[in-house]
Design a protein around this ligand. Sequence first.
Ligand SMILES: [Cu+2]
Length: 74
Amino acid sequence: MSTTTTYVVSGMTCDHCVEAVTEEVSKLDGVADVDIQLVAGGESTVTVSSDSPLPEGDVRDAVDEAGYDVTGVV
Ligand SMILES: [Cu+2]
């Protein structure tokens, strides 16, 4: 069953940041869609749709890999 979770990510400033996060998170198993609402220099939201619930740590690691920080889960 598909599930959607929204994470708060800090440190993103432009479309390149959005692309980097989208690319890393999309690599996770079962991810169907990544939708990012950029708030440049503030708290952006990253909404991840997946086939089954993702371990939060995996998403945190993917965002970290892109160079940003998950600061919360909505
Ligand atoms: Cu950027």
